[in-house]
Design a protein around this ligand. Structure first.
Ligand SMILES: *Cc1c(COP(=O)(O)O)cnc(C)c1O
Length: 358
């Protein structure tokens, strides 16, 4: 079976062997206070710094999931007001988490097939302490323009910015100097088992958390930024973490660095071009994203034009290909195809050949 599911996605090349080796090395049983763990920790964080071009001034924290990244962003950087850009299920979840934490969350919501246009021209942020975005809406295949976010960062330097990059990392090129909390989990583009989140935090983000903390505002307990930062400086975590996944991520990063990020991005471009060219020429599918500029490079979402997408998914499975159904309300009217680093151009061509026969 060739897996093109959006998440959990296909294992990245070499992960099966890495898993077996990790068991042979006894990694599931090592202490998270040992030197061996600290070495695994620093290999992983150094790999992230290199692959994603993260400034040394920023901190990298390990969490349990990307959803935790949403909660930690709000809890550590927002005393009262957060502002959310919503164009899909994940950005909406981010907003709901802020409400659940008792914050006065505001939102700017657009139709789910759309991006937000010229957000730098909006003047609605008022007292918002943090602006929250999802770069690539895995629910709809719409990606937003980062230049608009960077411009907002220049226009409103006092506001913090949080960005979810779960389904576009490491394809998306990020200017971390303009962002304060950037997070993802590993079961999408890094092709690893679920259960590990990664969060990159600016010095300002940590400062804000410390400031709230000192004034008696709750920033959470063991995973507040001050605590995460203190432990990360020792290449350790407060709790017993997902050691296995931190190890595996370190190996995948080494593999990706060996291949080179430009080669990875080039393959994603080529595969996305093939998939969208197919969809644009097809009478069975249409691309859900409304504007060509906002089409996601990594999650291709196609509307099945009134035919049950679940019936297509069933047929594809019989031919040896797994894709995701639509998300939420779109379950039976969309298919979602992962264009992650773990699939090759040849495999995408094979998938398209089968899609043509539907
Ligand atoms: C999958 C996904 C999440 C949630 O990730 P978890 O690891 O399940 O918390 C959040 N945001 C986006 C864009 C996603 O695709």
């Amino acid at each position: 079976m060739k897996c093109f599911k959006v998440g959990p996605s296909r294992l990245y090349e070499g992960v099966k062997e890495d898993l077996i080796e990790a068991v042979d090395l006894g990694i599931p049983s090592i202490s998270h206070r040992s030197q061996q763990f600290q070495d695994i920790y620093s290999k992983c964080t150094n790999g992230l710094l290199d692959l994603m071009n993260i400034p040394k001034s920023h901190s990298i924290f390990f969490l349990a999931s990307a959803t935790e990244g949403m909660e930690r962003s709000i809890q550590n950087c927002v005393e009262n007001y957060s502002y959310h850009f919503i164009n899909g299920a994940f950005s909406n979840k981010f907003y709901e988490i802020a409400l659940n934490l008792g914050k006065s969350a505001e939102k700017y919501e657009v139709d789910f097939s759309q991006d937000f246009g010229q957000i730098q021209n909006l003047n609605v942020f008022d007292e918002s302490e943090m602006l929250c975005f999802v770069h690539n809406e895995s629910s709809t295949g719409v990606a937003i323009e980062l230049d608009g976010i960077y411009e907002i960062s220049n226009l409103y330097p006092e506001k913090l910015i949080s960005l979810d990059i779960v389904s576009s990392v490491p394809d998306v090129e990020i200017d971390f100097t303009k962002l304060d909390c950037v997070f993802f989990s590993v079961q999408k583009c890094f092709g690893l088992p679920a259960g590990l989140g990664v969060m990159i935090v600016s010095p300002r983000g940590i400062e804000k958390s410390r400031n709230l903390n000192e004034r008696g505002v709750s920033t959470g307990s063991f995973h507040n930024f001050v605590n995460l930062h203190k432990n990360s400086q020792k290449n350790q975590t407060y709790e017993t973490p997902n050691v296995m996944n931190i190890y595996l991520l370190g190996e995948v990063l080494e593999n990706m660095l060996g291949k080179g990020i430009s080669k990875i991005r080039e393959e994603i471009t080529n595969k996305a071009t093939l998939l969208y060219r197919f969809a644009d020429g097809s009478d069975k599918f249409s691309v859900f994203a409304n504007n060509i500029e906002s089409r996601s490079r990594t999650v291709i979402v196609l509307d099945t034009k009134g035919v049950s997408s679940l019936s297509y998914i069933h047929k594809l499975k019989n031919d040896g290909f797994e894709v995701s159904s639509g998300y939420g309300d779109y379950k039976d009217s969309h298919i979602r195809i992962a264009n992650f680093p773990s699939s090759s151009v040849d495999e995408v061509e094979e998938l398209i050949a089968v899609l043509r026969t539907l």
